[in-house]
Ligand binder design. Structure first.
Ligand code: AMP
Length: 237
């Protein structure tokens, strides 16, 4: 399996044990943004299963086309497929510096898979960060979200627009909307989240689980993350 979906800042973490950090939260809560911030803070890579699957879906094959349709519908991809796609990267990352997981696990079955793999490889239980934002804000955020068709930089038409208008500030690429960021699909993604992902909160309750109010300035959220994750890492060491 390739290393699709993996974003590394190229620096090595200095801690001795790998760290595993899981971001939970409904679509649009800011998992990707905060995962990227934490990645540069802790110098460990992010694995985004959404990015990994979108890259797979670009394949010019029947499987690629099926995946494209599924992603555009807003439904979750089957557990066995996602776990198989993520497994080899997770094995590498668990024996390295660790990983920040953006969008995985998304079901209790995936969480059990992650727990089994961690136990097999001697990786620590994850620190779980649950970002919480009201549904109305999420709908607003997602329907105004755009990304650069070249480099993937994410913008928001109302809260974080490109200073170059309809093109990316970095490379001039056209700003486009994700297929699954239309209102009808967003509502289906919320339903999928409630049905399949919300039970993860109970699954991780009583572990290193932290809820964070994600409806604030980015810097305030990052400050909470810093206190929770870095504090939890010290306690777990
Ligand atoms: P994201 O980029 O995290 O919003 O994910 C985009 C889409 O990819 C989701 O709506 C799902 O269809 C799929 N996806 C991402 N991660 C997973 C996962 N862990 N399990 C199942 N489907 C996933």
């Amino acid at each position: 399996m390739s290393n699709r979906g993996l974003v590394s800042n190229g620096m090595r973490n200095r801690s001795e044990r790998p760290q595993v950090i899981v971001f939970l939260g409904a679509p649009g809560v800011g998992k990707g943004t905060q995962a990227a911030w934490l990645s540069s803070r802790l110098s460990i890579p992010v694995l985004s299963t959404g990015a990994m699957l979108r890259a797979e879906a670009k394949q010019r094959s029947a499987a690629g086309m099926r995946l494209r349709r599924l992603l555009a519908s807003g439904s979750l991809v089957a557990d066995d497929l996602v776990c198989a796609a993520a497994e080899s990267q997770l094995r590498d990352l668990f024996s390295g510096d660790g990983v920040i997981l953006d969008g995985f696990p998304r079901t209790v079955a995936q969480a059990r898979f992650l727990g089994g793999l961690s136990a097999e490889l001697g990786a620590p239980a994850p620190v779980v960060i649950h970002l919480q934002v009201s549904k109305d804000s999420l709908l607003r955020r997602l329907s105004t979200r755009r990304h650069c068709s070249n480099c993937g930089t994410v913008y928001n038409l109302s809260t974080c627009p490109s200073r170059r208008g309809r093109v990316c500030e970095r490379d001039g690429g056209a700003l486009v909307q994700r297929d699954d960021d239309t209102e009808r699909v967003i509502l289906h993604r919320f339903d999928e989240y409630e049905k399949l992902s919300a039970p993860l909160v109970a699954y991780y309750a009583g572990t290193n689980y932290y809820a964070i109010d994600g409806d604030r300035e980015l810097e305030q959220i990052s400050a909470d993350l810093e206190a929770m994750v870095c504090g939890a890492a010290v306690m777990a060491a």
